[in-house]
Design a protein around this ligand. Structure first.
Ligand SMILES: Cc1cc2nc3c(=O)[nH]c(=O)nc-3n(C[C@H](O)[C@H](O)[C@H](O)COP(=O)(O)O)c2cc1C
Length: 356
C-alpha cells in the first residue's frame, strides 16, 4: 500500500488514502468535510451537537441536530462535487444520547459512511440494516478490536467496511485510561497496532475479503504518513492538522489558539463524564481546576452524564470553542496541535502530506 494508492471501502473510492477525522462540536461540519472530499480524501462531519446554531437548539436539541445533519451533509456534497463526487460521512459517538436516532438520520440523509467511536458501536449494523452506508468502528486497543470484530461476526455475520485505529496522541476524547496514556509511548503503540492488524487478518481470512484500516493520532507530516503505511495500514485519519485551515468550520480564534500554543500548553483533562481528553490549557481549565462550578442547563448530549454532579457542561464548553469564545472554552486538540504555525488551506495541507 502506498501513500498515493486510492482507498477502496466496499465499492466507494477516495482518490487519496486519508480520512479527515470528525471533530465536534462544530469543528468539522459541511464546509471542512466537503472541501476535504473535493481534495480526494474522505470528509467527515461530526454529528455531536451539530445543530448548535439552530434557533431552537436550547429547547429542542435533538430536533435541531437531526435537521442540521441534512443541511451540513448537503453542503458537504455540493462542495465535494455533487452525487458521484467525493466521499462524505458522519462521525457519531456511541456515548451520545439518542445515538440510534443520529445513526438512522445519517442513513436517511444519504451519508456514504458512518465512523463511530467513544464506546464500541456494537449495535451499529442493526440501526443501518437494509442501507448501503459503510460502517467503520474506531478502536484504540487490541482488546477493543477483538471485542467489536467478534461481536459483529457472531451477531451480524459481518465485518466492518473500515476499521479506524486511534492512538494515544489523538485529539478529543481518548479511548485510553490515564495509566495507558503513560505506558503507550509511540513505539509501544506500534506493537499494539501490529496486534490489531493481526486480529483483523483473521477476520479477513474468514470472510475472504479485506478490511481496510486507517491509523489516527498525530499524523501531520509526510514522514508520519509513510511510517503509518509501513506499519501495514491502508489509510490515515488526520484531524488536528485540519483545524488550522481556512475551511475548518470553527471560529478563527479557535484556530489561533492552536497557533499560539506551546508544547507545554497541551494537557490531558478529565471531561465531566470521566473520560480523558486532550486540550489546550487556558483560563477556563484553570478555573475548573480551582474548583469553580460553571452554571449550565442540560443539552442532552452524553449518556453517562449527571447534570447535578458535573463541574461544567461539555456541550457549553465546546460550543464556546467553536464560536471562538476561547476563555470560556474547552479547546480540544491533538498532542501536536502546538506545531501549527499558520492558517493554511485544505489543499495546502493535503498537498504537503500526500504529494510525495
Ligand atoms: C478538536 C477535535 C475534536 C474531535 N472530536 C471528535 C468527535 O467528536 N468524535 C470522535 O470520534 N473523535 C473526535 N476527535 C478525534 C479525531 O476524529 C481524530 O481521530 C484524532 O484527533 C486524530 O488525531 P490527530 O488529531 O492527531 O490527527 C476530535 C479531535 C479533535 C482534534
Amino acid at each position: 500500500m502506498n501513500t498515493d494508492t486510492p482507498l477502496k471501502i466496499g465499492g466507494l473510492t477516495a482518490r487519496l488514502p486519508f480520512i479527515q477525522g470528525g471533530m465536534g462540536i462544530g469543528v468539522s461540519l459541511g464546509r471542512l468535510a466537503g472541501t476535504v472530499a473535493k481534495e480526494g480524501g474522505i470528509g467527515i462531519i461530526s454529528a455531536a451537537q451539530i445543530g448548535y446554531r439552530e434557533p431552537d437548539f436550547d429547547e429542542n436539541p435533538l430536533g435541531a441536530n437531526l435537521r442540521a445533519m441534512h443541511t451540513e451533509l448537503a453542503k458537504a456534497r455540493e462542495l465535494a462535487g455533487g452525487a458521484g463526487g467525493g466521499v462524505v460521512g458522519f462521525n457519531i459517538m456511541v456515548a451520545m444520547k439518542h445515538y440510534e436516532e443520529y445513526v438512522r438520520e445519517a442513513v436517511a440523509a444519504g451519508a456514504d459512511i458512518i465512523i463511530s467511536g467513544a464506546g464500541l458501536p456494537t449495535e451499529l449494523p442493526k440501526y443501518t440494516d437494509g442501507s448501503e452506508v459503510r460502517l467503520a468502528p474506531i478502536v484504540s486497543t487490541a482488546k477493543s478490536a477483538a471485542v467489536i470484530l467478534k461481536y459483529w461476526d457472531k451477531k451480524y455475520k459481518r465485518i466492518p467496511d473500515l476499521l479506524v485505529i486511534e492512538g494515544p496522541t489523538a485529539g478529543g476524547h481518548l479511548g485510553f485510561t490515564r495509566e495507558q496514556l503513560g505506558t503507550f509511548t509511540p513505539d509501544v503503540y506500534e506493537q499494539e497496532v501490529s496486534e490489531i492488524l493481526g486480529i483483523v487478518e483473521g477476520y479477513e481470512e474468514k470472510y475472504g475479503r479485506e478490511i481496510p484500516t486507517a491509523l489516527a493520532g498525530g499524523i501531520d507530516t509526510p514522514e508520519k504518513v509513510r511510517r503509518a503505511f509501513a506499519l501495514g495500514v491502508d489509510a490515515v485519519q488526520c484531524a488536528t492538522c485540519f483545524v488550522t485551515t481556512e475551511e475548518c468550520d470553527a471560529d478563527l480564534r479557535y484556530k489561533q489558539a492552536y497557533i499560539q500554543a506551546g508544547a507545554e500548553d497541551i494537557c490531558i483533562v478529565k471531561s465531566p463524564v470521566g473520560m480523558p481528553g486532550r486540550a489546550i490549557s487556558n483560563d477556563f481549565l484553570r478555573r475548573v481546576d480551582a474548583g469553580e462550578k460553571i452554571p449550565h442547563r442540560c443539552h442532552q448530549c452524553l449518556h453517562h452524564c449527571n447534570p447535578a454532579e458535573i463541574p461544567y457542561c461539555i456541550t457549553d464548553a465546546l460550543i464556546h470553542a467553536a464560536k471562538g469564545e476561547v476563555d470560556d472554552a474547552l479547546l480540544f486538540c491533538g498532542a501536536d496541535a502546538y506545531k501549527a504555525e499558520r492558517i493554511e488551506t485544505v489543499h495546502e495541507v493535503v498537498t504537503r502530506l500526500f504529494s510525495e
